[in-house]
Design a protein around this ligand. Structure first.
Ligand SMILES: NC(=O)c1ccc[n+]([C@@H]2O[C@H](COP(=O)([O-])OP(=O)(O)OC[C@H]3O[C@@H](n4cnc5c(N)ncnc54)[C@H](OP(=O)(O)O)[C@@H]3O)[C@@H](O)[C@H]2O)c1
Length: 386
């Protein structure tokens, strides 16, 4: 590259980085005084850097500013006022905590529950404000989705509904994709994908009226391939793709669509020992004899160990997910994708930026290998059950 071209590129990068840096800093500060100070402090060094550092230095500056921008995000939030939000799957876990959190901030919350007489629904009625309404809403039931729509539209009247959070989801039984019965694939798709699609399609007329927000709770497993998550991950990948396409299509209506890809949070999504018994039984019953023989009883009966240890690898504090949903609902410029939780972004970056063989190697090192199928065992593997 000759000197003139290098210098032009340097100035271009410095210009872009100044713009992005200013945007990030201005958004990070809400006061007018803060903005003026940010303007002064970012214009000066960016200009100096471009002159002094040339093309390479300015490119590095651009990369650093992009990082700063990603870290700062847009902290400029719209006021809550009495915005109405529907959340599905609020009986337990993230949805339950989110319903309480948004209620405490002043939102009008419609809390969809799988069981309106269950302990989760009771707890919401007991501990939340009068603004919160509990709705019976199995997302796989067209009738219940329609009834919920009628109730919500009657209550919000002309104000419209500001947000829909498709949170309801199931994990199924994490196991090798070859071993999972078709019912697990179907059930994951029914709840995690078709349920969210039907809720979205039904409530979009209300979101159009308010130019509101559609937030889809996908998963880290929906953005990257992870062993044992063939059924769950595929259903979440479908949901993430739905989110992306809807984001593009609905922008013309002023509706913003966001996907959330959390990493591991401790919620009880892994299910109970009775549910594992049921999954295990169904899995065993549907295995062809030679597959059963190849994997061996020890491997098959050890699959549940993964679920047993899952909570200890998950974060007990749900606040990063709640903060991501709040940002998606209220930021003037929300991100299309949120990755709350420890290390959620790292595997995604490696998956996107590196060759697949490197990503597979990274994942194999990151995740414990589990026990070895009978047919692949060597004498060194005997008695090994990781
Ligand atoms: N926890 C994590 O680490 C994590 C990570 C990534 C993504 N996510 C996603 O976050 C969302 C919330 O999960 P969570 O961790 O909070 O698990 P959770 O505690 O099991 O919450 C899921 C909720 O959805 C409900 N539900 C299940 N099937 C439903 C249906 N057909 N219709 C309506 N509601 C239904 C469940 O009700 P019951 O309790 O009665 O079954 C439960 O209340 C899920 O979409 C999950 O995939 C979680």
């Amino acid at each position: 590259m000759d000197a003139a071209a290098g210098s032009a590129l340097g100035w271009l990068c410095a210009g872009v980085s100044t713009f992005l840096g200013l945007q990030a800093l201005c958004r990070a500060r809400s006061s007018r005084r803060g903005r003026a100070r940010a303007l002064l402090w970012s214009l000066l060094p960016a200009g100096l850097c471009a002159g002094a550092l040339g093309a390479a230095g300015a490119l590095a500056l651009l990369a650093a500013v992009c990082l700063l921008r990603a870290l700062c995000g847009d902290s400029d939030l719209l006021p809550v006022r009495d915005r109405a939000v529907l959340i599905t799957g609020t009986d337990t876990g993230i949805g339950h905590a989110l319903a309480k959190y948004l209620d405490s901030l002043g939102f009008v919350v419609f809390a969809g529950v799988l069981n309106k007489d269950g302990p989760g629904a009771e707890e919401l009625r007991r501990s939340c404000s009068q603004r919160l309404s509990v709705l019976q809403l199995d997302v796989t039931s067209t009738t219940q989705v329609k009834e919920a729509y009628l109730t919500v539209s009657e209550k919000v009247q002309n104000a419209g509904l500001w947000g829909v959070v498709n949170n309801a989801g199931i994990l199924g039984f994490p196991a090798d994709g070859e071993l999972l019965p078709m019912s697990t694939y179907r059930h994951c798709m029914e709840v995690n994908f078709f349920g969210a699609v039907e809720v979205s399609k039904t409530f979009l007329p209300l979101l159009r009226r308010s130019q509101g927000r559609l937030v889809n709770m996908s998963s880290m497993a929906g953005g990257i391939p992870l062993p044992r998550y063939a059924a769950y991950g595929a259903s979440k990948a479908a949901l993430s793709m739905f989110s992306g396409v809807m984001r593009q299509e609905l922008s013309k209506w002023g509706i913003k669509v966001m996907a959330i890809h959390p990493s591991g949070f401790r919620t009880g999504i892994e299910g109970t020992a009775e549910q594992w018994d049921q999954h295990e039984k169904e899995l065993m019953e549907n295995l062809p004899a030679d597959t059963r023989q190849a994997y061996g009883e020890e491997y098959l009966l050890g699959l549940r160990n993964y679920l047993l240890h899952l909570p200890s690898h998950c974060a007990p504090d749900l606040s990063p997910v709640l903060a991501a949903v709040l940002h998606a609902l209220l930021a003037r410029s929300p991100q299309g994708l949120y990755t709350p939780g420890r290390g959620a972004y790292v595997p995604l970056c490696i998956f996107c930026c590196f060759p697949l063989w490197f990503y597979d190697f990274f994942i194999s090192k990151m995740l414990s290998a589990g026990s070895v199928p009978r047919q692949l065992r060597t004498s060194g593997d005997e008695g090994k059950n990781l």
